[in-house]
Write a protein that binds this ligand. Structure first.
Ligand code: NAD
Ligand code: MG
Length: 399
C-alpha cells in the first residue's frame, strides 16, 4: 500500500491525482493533503479520502478548515505553515509524495521529500528550474525515486526503456540523440502579433487543449512553460541544451519524443488529460487505469508539427539563454516569470511586458553569475532578490 502526500491537492494536478487514487483504493491511500487556498475544498477532499493529516498556511486557514469539516468523523491532524509541509513529507509512514504546488514555493517540500528518500512524483517543474542540481543530488544521495508527471517528461520517460527506475542519471541514456519536446503553441499561436499587447488574462488562460491552473496556462501562452520544461528535461535526463528540441504540435496528442542514433523516433501519444501521466507515475512500473477514455485516431485525422517562432514567443528564447547562462539565470527566469504572470493576471501589466520583465531580471542575474548556490538558502535568497527587482520593473510598466 502506498501512503501518499499530495502537496497542492486543491489544484488542477492535485484534483486529477485524487481522481486516479479513487480508482485504486486497494493499493493507494491518502496520508496527507495540503492547500494554500480553497480550504473548504480541502476539507471535502480530506473527508472523502480519510486523510490523516492536512497542512494549511495559517492559523486562520486552520480555523476555516475546522468550520468546513463536513461530518461527525474525527478531524485529521491539522498542521500549519511551510515547515509543516517539509516535516510531513519526511515522516516514515509516507512512501510517495506528489509535488503539485505551483511555483518555487514548492521547492523546499520537494527537496525535503528527496532528502528523505521518498518516491517523488514531480509536477512542480519550477523546483527543478530553480534548483535542478541540488534536487538531483538529493535524489542520488538519498536513494529517492523521481518520476516526472509533466506530460512531456513523462512521455520521454516512457520512451526510454533503459531509463533507470526514476533515478537521477549523470549522463544521457545510451543511444539517444535528442529529446523532442512538443508544445501546443497555446491560445496565441496564430494570433496577429500586434494584437498580443492587448490580450486579457481570460484569453491567455483559455488553453485550446488542456485545462490547468492559471499560472501554467499563462506560461503556456507565452511558451515560457516550454522553456521551463527544456530546463526540466536537461536535469531529469542529463541532456545538454543543444540536444533538446522544441516542436509545436497544435493537437497535443504526441506528448513528446525521443530520437535515437539509428534514426528511430519513439513517441508517446494520448488524450491531453493529466490523469494519464499521473497514473503512470502512481503505478510505476505497472500500468494502472487512469479513467482516461479511448482515443480514436481516425477521428483525429491528422497530427501537425511546426517550428516555434522566437518572435512570437520571446520567452522561449530567453529560457534557452538562461539554461546556457547557468543556475543564477534559471532562478531569475523562474522568479521573474512568477512575479510578472501574477501582475498580468491582476491586470497590472500587459501580456507583452512579461518577456521584458524576464529579460530585465536575466540582466540582473548576469551580474550575479559567480553567486554560490550550494544550499536551499542560497537559492531562496537569490529567488527573493530577483522577485524584488521584478516587482520594481512591474511598477514601472503599470498600465
Ligand atoms: P494550481 O494553481 O491549479 O494548484 C496549485 C496548488 O498549490 C493549489 O492546491 C494551491 O493551494 C497550492 N499552492 C499555491 N501556492 C502555494 C504556496 N505558496 N504554498 C503552498 N501551496 C501553494 O496549479 P496546477 O496547474 O495544478 O500546477 C501545479 C504544478 O504542476 C505547477 O508546477 C505546474 O507547472 C505543474 N504542472 C501542471 C500541469 C497541469 O495540467 N495543471 C501540467 C504539468 C505540470
Ligand atoms: Mg508540460
Amino acid at each position: 500500500m502506498q501512503q501518499i502526500c499530495i502537496l497542492g491537492s486543491t489544484g488542477s494536478i492535485g484534483k486529477s491525482t485524487l481522481d486516479v487514487i479513487s480508482r485504486h483504493t486497494d493499493t493507494l491511500a491518502v496520508y496527507a493533503l495540503s492547500a494554500y487556498n480553497r480550504i473548504e475544498a480541502l476539507a471535502r477532499q480530506a473527508h472523502t479520502f480519510h486523510a490523516k493529516v492536512v497542512v494549511v498556511p495559517t492559523d486562520a486557514a486552520a480555523a476555516r478548515f475546522r468550520l468546513a469539516w463536513p461530518g461527525a468523523r474525527r478531524l485529521p491532524d491539522i498542521r500549519v505553515g511551510a515547515q509543516a509541509l517539509c516535516d510531513t513529507v519526511q515522516e516514515d509512514v509516507v512512501t510517495t509524495v506528489m509535488a503539485a504546488i505551483v511555483g518555487a514555493a514548492g521547492l523546499p517540500s520537494t527537496l525535503a521529500a528527496a532528502n528523505a528518500g521518498k518516491r517523488v512524483l514531480l509536477a512542480n517543474k519550477e523546483a527543478l528550474v530553480a534548483a535542478g542540481g541540488l534536487l538531483m543530488q538529493a535524489v542520488r544521495a538519498n536513494g529517492a525515486q523521481l518520476l516526472p508527471v509533466d506530460s512531456e517528461h513523462n512521455a520521454i520517460f516512457q520512451c526510454m526503456p533503459e531509463c533507470d527506475a526514476g533515478g537521477a542519471p549523470l549522463e544521457p541514456a545510451k543511444g539517444v540523440r535528442r529529446l523532442l519536446l512538443t508544445a501546443s503553441g497555446g491560445p496565441f499561436r496564430t494570433a496577429a502579433l500586434d494584437a498580443l499587447a492587448d490580450v486579457t488574462p481570460a484569453q491567455a488562460c483559455a488553453h485550446p487543449n488542456w485545462s490547468m491552473g492559471q499560472k501554467i496556462s499563462v506560461d503556456s501562452a507565452t511558451m515560457v512553460n516550454k522553456g521551463l520544461e527544456v530546463i526540466e528535461a536537461h536535469w531529469l535526463f542529463a541532456m545538454p541544451p543543444d540536444r533538446i528540441q522544441v516542436v509545436i504540435h497544435p493537437q497535443s496528442i504526441v506528448h513528446s519524443m525521443v530520437e535515437y542514433l539509428d534514426g528511430s523516433i519513439l513517441a508517446q501519444l494520448g488524450q491531453p488529460d493529466m490523469r494519464t501521466p499521473i497514473a503512470y507515475s502512481l503505478g510505476f512500473p505497472d500500468r494502472i487505469d487512469s479513467g482516461v477514455g479511448l482515443m480514436d485516431l481516425a477521428t483525429l485525422g491528422r497530427l501537425d508539427f511546426e517550428e516555434p517562432d522566437f518572435n512570437r514567443f520571446p520567452c522561449l528564447k530567453l529560457s534557452f539563454d538562461a539554461l546556457h547562462a547557468g543556475q543564477p539565470a534559471c532562478i531569475a527566469l523562474n522568479a521573474a516569470n512568477e512575479v510578472a504572470v501574477d501582475c498580468f493576471l491582476k491586470g497590472k501589466i500587459r501580456y507583452t511586458e512579461i518577456a521584458r520583465i524576464i529579460e530585465g531580471c536575466l540582466d540582473h542575474a548576469a551580474g550575479r553569475a559567480s553567486t554560490t548556490l550550494d544550499t536551499l538558502d542560497d537559492v531562496l535568497a537569490l529567488d527573493d532578490q530577483v522577485r524584488q527587482v521584478a516587482r520594481e520593473l512591474c511598477l514601472l510598466k503599470i498600465t
